[in-house]
Write a protein that binds this ligand. Structure first.
Ligand code: HEC
Ligand code: HEC
Length: 433
């Protein structure tokens, strides 16, 4: 008996003294988090900021000329007010269908994506640029805007193991009696054909890998192909023979530099002055007490250094592994009553050849299930966002909170029952993030 007590005391002592994992570095100072040296990081940042021209393959259909145009606040890699347009319709079976958008006086129909590009050019002059502009037909009844996301700190998010999200979803659902159950969605990792990983990036968790996302954004936001997205949206009007990024160039092309820039970025820093006030500290307690933290999870930890993530395509480096960080999000999909009805398109995000590969764990019904779900918005850097929620349609914190229904309805009710001073404290806490 005595020795048993001794053993359990020792065990609890060990548990008690297990040192906390080191914190992921934070800041908006453009420094590297240690993944690369600051000079390399600055060079990668310059790529991210570069204004692409026709000679780089820009267009014909596009939204902006550089990543930075939409990811800039308060510094490159942050978010912005820029939003993008997505539309579609429901088919006879009730299932979401991508839009069909005629361009060039109906001679070509753009299919296989929900994104609609706001700009168009015809560099080779075969058509007037004005003829290839995408415009939404009235038949596309499902319509939404999606605001640009913050990318700073995303290297830490990418380095979280799939199992961490699977466990988080399971425990959340169990603890809240099946009322709050985040959905885990396995998505293709484009650079690891056949492999999937738990989606964590984009408003719909449509990507797991920052390299896959970079290739997706380069093509769909800027019209520039790469080895991972080699097919143009349309073959009309192109001048540059692409991709300029051929197999064998892994590690050196633009998409690799974008991904490395994001992986090396520091996480958003809090406003420490506001965070220290007694009001904000009370607000933090109330945030947990009413249950905001069920989805807006304060702390996550990255996988151990050397773990393979992204279906084996990325090995967690020392700068990213074994760290704790504070995203105030679970990166899971929830129905909080704000769903936009859109199911992310396979061909848009994973390439026109997506159906030629068999992807481990890929489930089309699971994708369908996301139509009215949105990823919990991570609240790190929240004080820098002037437009809130996926559509940017809420412009005050209070409005954003009161829009939470569905799975969050009970938590919203509890928030509404707080005394005015308590509500104000909770909002003050949010203003410290
Ligand atoms: C026209 C604006 C625009 C441009 C240009 C743009 N993005 Fe984005 N970005 C967005 C929007 C909007 C989202 C959210 C998309 C969604 O989920 O529907 C996003 C999301 C992302 C995400 C996911 C972040 C997260 O944490 O979930 C990454 C990564 C990203 N962009 C990288 C890039 C890179 C790299 C480039 C340049 C090649 C780029 N973006 C260019 C608007 C843009
Ligand atoms: C069931 C999960 C869940 C709970 C509980 C929850 N949220 Fe959210 N929260 C979300 C989701 C999902 C979104 C994104 C919704 C959208 O964009 O349509 C979101 C978005 C937000 C946003 C907007 C952030 C941005 O950058 O646009 C704020 C602010 C926010 N939540 C605060 C709170 C607060 C405060 C509470 C507690 C009173 C709370 N949430 C409870 C899931 C949740």
């Amino acid at each position: 008996m005595k020795s048993l007590i001794g053993v359990s005391l020792l065990a609890s002592a060990l548990f008690f003294f297990a040192p906390p994992l080191p914190e992921a570095p934070t800041g908006f100072d453009n420094k590297s988090n240690g993944l690369v040296d600051d000079a390399t990081h600055a060079a990668d940042q310059a790529k991210f900021e570069e204004t692409e021209a026709i000679s780089d393959g820009l267009g014909p259909l596009y939204n902006a000329q550089s990543c930075r145009e939409c990811h800039q606040n308060p510094t490159s890699g942050g978010s912005s007010q820029v939003n993008v347009l997505r539309v579609g319709h429901r088919g006879a079976d009730g299932i979401f269908q991508d839009p069909e958008i005629p361009i060039a006086r109906g001679t070509e129909i753009i299919k296989g994506r929900s994104l609609v590009n706001d700009r168009a050019i015809c560099p080779n002059g075969t058509l007037p640029s004005t003829e290839i502009q995408e415009r939404v037909p009235d038949t596309e009844k499902i319509r939404t805007f999606r605001v640009s996301l913050n990318l700073l700190g995303d290297g830490f998010v990418e380095a979280v193991s799939d199992q961490t999200f699977v466990d988080l979803a399971r425990e959340q659902c169990k603890k809240h009696h099946n009322k709050i159950c985040g959905q885990v969605l396995y998505v293709p990792v484009v650079e690891a054909p056949g492999q999937t990983a738990v989606g964590r990036f984009g408003w719909k968790d449509q990507q797991a890998s920052l390299l896959s996302f970079s290739a997706d954004a380069y093509l769909n936001e800027m019209g520039i192909t790469s080895r991972l997205q080699p097919d143009e949206i349309t073959n009309l009007c192109n001048t540059v023979s692409e991709p300029n990024d051929k197999p064998g160039h892994e590690g050196f092309s633009d998409i690799d530099r974008f991904a490395r820039f994001l992986r090396a970025s520091e996480a958003p820093a809090r406003d420490s002055q506001v965070a220290q006030t007694s009001k904000a500290r009370l607000g933090a307690e109330l945030f947990d007490k009413v249950g905001c933290d069920i989805c807006h999870v304060q702390t996550l930890t990255t996988a151990a250094v050397g773990t393979k993530v992204n279906g084996g395509a990325f090995t967690v480096p020392p700068a990213l592994g074994d760290k704790q960080f504070h995203p105030y999000g679970d990166f899971l999909l929830h129905n909080v009553g704000t769903g936009d009805g859109i199911v992310q398109s396979m061909t848009e995000h994973y390439g026109k050849n997506v159906y030629k590969t068999t992807w481990r764990n890929l489930s089309i019904p699971e994708f369908q299930n996301t139509a009215n779900k949105i990823r919990t918005a991570p609240l790190w850097g929240l004080r820098l966002h002037s437009r809130l929620m996926h559509d940017g349609a809420s412009v005050t914190l209070l409005d954003a909170i009161l829009r939470h229904g569905g799975e969050a309805a009970h938590v919203t009710e509890k928030f509404e029952k707080l005394k005015p001073a308590e509500k104000e404290a909770l909002l003050e806490f949010l203003r410290s993030l």
